[in-house]
Ligand binder design. Structure first.
Ligand code: KG4
Ligand code: ZN
Length: 344
């Protein structure tokens, strides 16, 4: 490796996945994630259990990432870690570990905003088939906690141009999944069952908001009322129509997401459009983004699956651009439970 190459070890522990990646500049050498299955039986993430699992997982995950990357500790240029947004206890595990490692190795520490990480995942060497987006681009960031349209002017220059006023779209997926008896997180399961369903079968409410903002809590409530009403008429309604329910609901959420995306692309005269975050793994969203952008003659960027849901590689790539601008953290770095994509 050339001595100008920056070797960054990245840690992500903001929610329920413990992840570590090693990058050489923009190339991912390893990206290891331990998923916490313990939350499934509770139907959602239990913060205290999440932090305890991070504590158990962090050393083996970091060791495996270093081994797979064939990198030794003394070859690292910097240690990066998610500083927020996320769960306090979960963030604390990653941050404490990263601080100790950076201190022991006497190398820089770089705290990273998780939401910036989701967006900058597009700049990982092999993130997209079509290369990295050009600036300025619009990124639809869709995860368990966020639904935002972000105007990305440069690597570290973001402006929110629209966002949800209540639930995130990931929550709209997960809560609906829970209503029909699917395990947490239900988003991927709705996606799976929807593949064999008829998306034209059922219709759901739409919330109209000013400008480019979103609202998903009304849609979720209309789903709940719809299911309750149908189950009263036929107690086997869910089992008999699972695929069609999932397909119709998923189609509705994707249509709502992309309606504002289209308005934003036209309003800002943007030629590059990207999606990011856990829900960008959704197959219907990926398909409809392709159709929308082909119709509007806009270049589109859909990340590989492993860079959609939470992962440390996205933290490493963001740290790389911060390192280039000498935006380092000091050892007073503390978790920031709330942190906007525009904050550092
Ligand atoms: O970005 P992420 O891994 O964690 C957060 O930062 O929130 O996103 C998790 C969210 C969950 O709501 C999960 O159900 C959703 O992403 N998700 C999906 C799919 N894969 C993950 N939603 C719909 N379809 C999928 N294939
Ligand atoms: Zn995330």
């Amino acid at each position: 490796m050339k001595n100008t190459t920056k070797i960054i070890l990245a840690i992500e522990s903001s929610c329920d996945d413990t992840s570590c990646a090693v990058l050489a500049n923009t190339k991912v050498l390893s990206n290891v994630t331990a998923n916490q299955l313990i939350h499934k039986k509770y139907g959602g993430v239990v913060p205290e259990l999440a932090s305890r699992d991070h504590q158990k997982n962090i050393v083996p995950v970091v060791n495996e990432a270093l081994t797979l990357a064939e990198v030794k500790l003394n070859e690292l240029t910097a240690i990066s870690v998610t500083k927020g947004p996320g769960l306090m206890g979960s963030l604390l595990v990653g941050i404490s570990f990263a601080k100790s490692l950076a201190l022991a190795l006497s190398i820089p520490l770089i705290g990273v905003n998780h939401m910036q990480g989701h967006i900058l995942a597009h700049f990982i060497d092999d993130a997209n088939k079509t290369g990295a987006p050009h600036f300025p681009f619009i990124c639809l960031t869709v995860s368990g906690g966020h639904t935002q349209l972000v105007l990305v002017k440069n690597y570290l220059d973001f402006e929110i141009i629209g966002e949800t006023q209540d639930d995130a779209v990931g929550e709209a997926f997960d809560k609906a999944a829970k209503i029909i008896g699917l395990e947490y997180p239900g988003g991927p399961l709705i996606d799976k069952f929807a593949r064999d369903g008829d998306f034209t079968k059922y219709k759901f409410a739409e919330s109209k908001l000013e400008g480019l903002n979103y609202s998903f809590s009304g849609i979720k409530t209309s789903f709940l009322y719809f299911i309750n009403k149908e189950v009263q008429k036929n107690e086997n309604f869910i089992n008999e129509n699972l695929n069609d329910i999932c397909a119709s609901y998923q189609k509705h959420l994707v249509t709502v997401l992309l309606k504002n995306a289209e308005i934003a692309i036209k309003k800002y005269g943007i030629k590059y459009f990207a999606i990011a975050g856990g829900v960008s793994a959704n197959s219907e969203l990926r398909l409809q983004v392709k159709h929308l952008c082909e119709r509007l003659n806009v270049n589109y960027y859909i990340p590989k699956f492993e860079y959609c849901t939470d992962n440390a590689a996205m933290i490493g790539i963001t740290a790389y651009y911060k390192l280039l601008e000498n935006k380092l953290s000091d050892f007073n770095l503390t978790p920031q439970v709330r942190l906007s994509v525009t904050e550092f």
